[in-house]
Design a protein. Sequence first.
Length: 219
Amino acid sequence: MKTIFTGIIQELGIVQNLQVQQDAAKLSVRAKKILADVNLGDSIAVNGVCLTVVDFSRHHFTVDMMPETLRRTNLGQLKPGDPVNLEPALMLGGRLGGHLVSGHIDAVGKITAKYQESNAIIFRIAAPPAVMQYIIPKGSIAVDGISLTVATLEQDTFTVSVIPHTAAQTTLGKRKVNDLVNLENDLIGKYVARLLAGQREAENTGEVTLEMLSNYGFL
């Protein structure tokens, strides 16, 4: 079964150590609440990235990061003392407080503006076309693993509005202009887009072929 998260951060952890080994890395994070029922092999989302626990104690856990993880996320920039957003995998029957998040980052975006609007903090984030194509106004997006609602949408940027609680309980309160953030599009939206693309191809060719089904992940 695919690991699923909700984008509701459970704890702010603190980076204890990051050991880069050629193109891979080992990350250790100090935490408390999230370790109450952790086991080896469990999945924990760190800044929105699904990672597997390979070692832990009462005060920390360690995960391995593959080259692909370092290429596609901001985790390789972490330093000891940096805060990170932590969320355990959703348990079957658990409350879905945010939206469905897989922990597989689509791309890294850049904060281009940050300003106050009444009691909210507005972030404008630039993202590549591969991410922007799936974003809709008032839709969901995960930013560093945080489930947020898209406020406005332009050609290559979007904005999110963050309440004081979210700013205080996550890394967003400390984020600055030009910081890089992990982005994951809405999971259901991506599935729908893929299904529709397959349907359009079938309509254009007039038939469903094994090659077409394989290309779109049905086989």
